[in-house]
Write a protein that binds this ligand. Structure first.
Ligand code: HEC
Length: 102
């Protein structure tokens, strides 16, 4: 039989587990959302017209993460041209999202 005390302990464990899990999983999700905003504003604006085969969505961005890293941080080819640039904060967010998910 469950005593009231045992039930209370079980509830406490459940609450703690929920909090811990949300702390573990929330930052990555936030980072993904932030990264997506950057991809929308600084990449898709152009890709939609000039590279329509690679328009980033929340579904495909993870799949393209390695390519994004290569083009933005290794080759420094993207964002293409001089008109659109990434500021320090945007670079940091993109980098953090890429590194966290690999
Ligand atoms: C002003 C236009 C423009 C902007 C802005 C731009 N791109 Fe591109 N991107 C292109 C074009 C055009 C291509 C296809 C031709 C090429 O690779 O140069 C391309 C290709 C790519 C590729 C594929 C390259 C390959 O061959 O594997 C990746 C990855 C990429 N872009 C990422 C990005 C990311 C990430 C951003 C934003 C941070 C971005 N691009 C911003 C125009 C742009």
């Amino acid at each position: 039989m469950f005593t009231r005390q045992k039930l209370t302990s079980a509830m406490k464990i459940l609450v703690v587990a929920t909090v811990v899990l949300s702390i573990i999983y929330t930052p990555d999700k936030d980072m993904k959302e932030k990264a997506f905003v950057i991809l929308q504003q600084k990449c898709n604006v152009c890709h939609r017209k000039q590279n329509p085969r690679m328009v980033f969505t929340t579904e495909n961005m993870a799949r393209h993460a390695r390519k994004i890293k290569f083009q933005v941080f290794t080759l420094k080819r993207m964002p293409k041209g001089d008109e659109i640039t990434l500021n320090e904060t945007e670079r940091k967010i993109l980098k953090t999202w890429i590194d966290e998910r690999q």
